[in-house]
Design a protein around this ligand. Structure first.
Ligand code: PAF
Length: 282
């Protein structure tokens, strides 16, 4: 496995790779969710590239950029075991040298939900993903559906800016207790971990209500709220029941919907989501 620490090295190694090339962009501290993306990329391409980069420009000033978990050695050995061809692990100064000042403005889709709670977040995501696309020149790029809005923003960016790259969304990977895998789960105490199971339980409740015939978004949201707030140490940032393409809130679930939520458990902010398919449940 090759490891490139600079853009020049990544470009040089990329030129030698058999095509097609699959890229898995990550911020490292890998878990099974990331490895599922890596396995999918390896299955669908001749060469696999993984980027490991905690991107400073997608964190707000009061967010956890400096404390975000990092373990490069462990990540490299996990990726080596998966047969990854190239790891691109640049430095912050490498991607954003002094004087760097060009940005991808993602527009309306990036202003809702996560974008409203984390101003500038999607500008940072879109900028770094665009840079990675230019450096690695992948044929396909793999992203988790846990970050549903990020996936929607990247699909739109790819479309709007005419990148000739297939964006592949991969299903959420959960621990046995239902908690969606996330590098930030390491912040949770044992008690908070119990509370964190309320996110997936509230989504299951919402799907069950829909299957049982409930279509009123306010009724479903209220039931989710009650379940979440019954747990100690939880505070709801938002519960959204929205059109999956526009992310605009919908009052009735009479078509496909994305139910997503952001909840603080103690100081840790967690997100999760589920999709309601079009049409009636079987
Ligand atoms: O999902 C992530 O880990 C990050 O937002 C990404 C896509 C790697 C960009 O930094």
């Amino acid at each position: 496995m090759n490891v490139a620490r600079s853009i020049e090295e990544a470009r040089r190694l990329r030129r030698t790779m058999p095509e097609s090339v699959g890229l898995v962009p990550t911020m490292g501290f890998l878990h099974e969710g990331h490895l599922a993306l890596v396995r999918r990329a390896a299955a669908e391409n001749r060469s696999t590239v993984v980027s490991l980069f905690v991107n400073p420009t997608q964190f707000g000033p009061a967010e956890d950029y400096t404390t975000y978990p990092r373990d490069l050695e462990r990540d490299l050995s996990l990726l080596d075991a998966e047969g990854v061809d190239l790891v691109f692990a640049p430095t912050a100064e490498g991607l954003y040298p002094p004087g760097y000042d060009s940005w991808i403005d993602v527009g309306e889709l990036g202003t809702r939900l996560e974008g409203a709670a984390r101003p500038g977040h999607f500008r940072g995501v879109a900028t770094v993903v665009t840079k990675l696309f230019h450096i690695v020149r992948p044929h396909r790029a793999y992203f988790g559906e846990k970050d549903a809005q990020q996936l929607a923003v990247i699909r739109k960016l790819t479309d709007d800016l005419d990148f000739d790259i297939e964006i592949v969304g991969c299903p959420i990977v959960r621990d046995p207790d239902g908690v969606a895998m996330s590098s930030r789960n390491t912040y949770l105490s044992a008690r908070q971990r119990d509370s964190a199971t309320a996110l997936s339980r509230s989504l299951t409740l919402a799907s069950d209500m829909w299957r049982g015939g409930e279509r009123n978004a306010a009724v479903i949201r209220h039931a989710m709220e009650s379940l979440l707030l019954a747990e100690p140490d939880t505070a709801i940032d938002y519960i959204s029941i929205a059109n999956p393409d526009t992310l605009l809130e919908i009052p009735w679930l009479d078509g496909p919907a994305l139910i997503s939520l952001a909840v603080r458990v103690g100081k840790t902010r967690l997100i999760d989501n589920t999709r309601i398919p079009p049409g009636f449940p079987k």
